[in-house]
Ligand binder design. Structure first.
Ligand code: OFO
Length: 169
């Protein structure tokens, strides 16, 4: 049976993953209406991936005899200055999520909840991969600067960037 404070820490993380999904959805929409179809497709897919992150946590809490709980979430930012601004905000957000996962792991350590610690390993690895991925994208965007042809190329690249298939739950 999952301890109540571990459950409530995971429920907080569920909220953050749900917010991540909506934030990337808002970014995908901005990209779609601002002439970046590739970035838009990439971010729509990423919004789905964040929902999957949320669902894994939901199932985990329920399977451990607890109850996942959804909370109110604030409206995400809708307006961005540029594609660079979008990906800078993605990076900022991912760093925040990494910190949050680390804090959640700390709760599991304190409670000697080895099952949760083991489960969270997946998220720790995932965050490392996501930060690396977004850093690479951000570097490329910074490199092309205001060059329109370069930006077009990056958008094409984002279009072709396949996400890792969702692991079986
Ligand atoms: Fe859920 O990994 Fe990104 O935020």
């Amino acid at each position: 049976m999952i301890k109540l404070n571990v459950q409530s820490a995971i429920n907080e993380q569920i909220k953050k993953e749900e917010y991540s999904s909506r934030l990337y959805l808002a970014m995908a929409i901005w990209c779609e209406v601002n002439g970046y179809p590739g970035a838009s497709k990439f971010l729509y897919e990423h919004a789905d991936e964040e929902r999957m992150h949320m669902m894994k946590l939901v199932h985990f809490v329920n399977e451990r005899g607890g109850k996942a709980q959804l909370m109110n979430i604030e409206e995400p930012t809708h307006d961005f200055e540029s594609l660079l601004d979008v990906f800078e905000k993605v990076m900022e957000h991912e760093e925040y999520i990494t910190e949050s996962i680390n804090n959640l792991y700390e709760v599991a350590i304190t409670e000697k909840d080895y099952t949760t610690m083991n489960f969270l390993q997946w998220y720790i690895t995932e965050q490392l991969e996501e930060e690396n991925l977004f850093n690479t994208i951000l570097d490329k965007i910074k490199l092309v600067g205001a060059d329109k042809a370069g930006m077009f190329h990056i958008d094409k690249e984002l279009d072709g960037m396949a996400l890792a298939p969702a692991p079986a739950e």
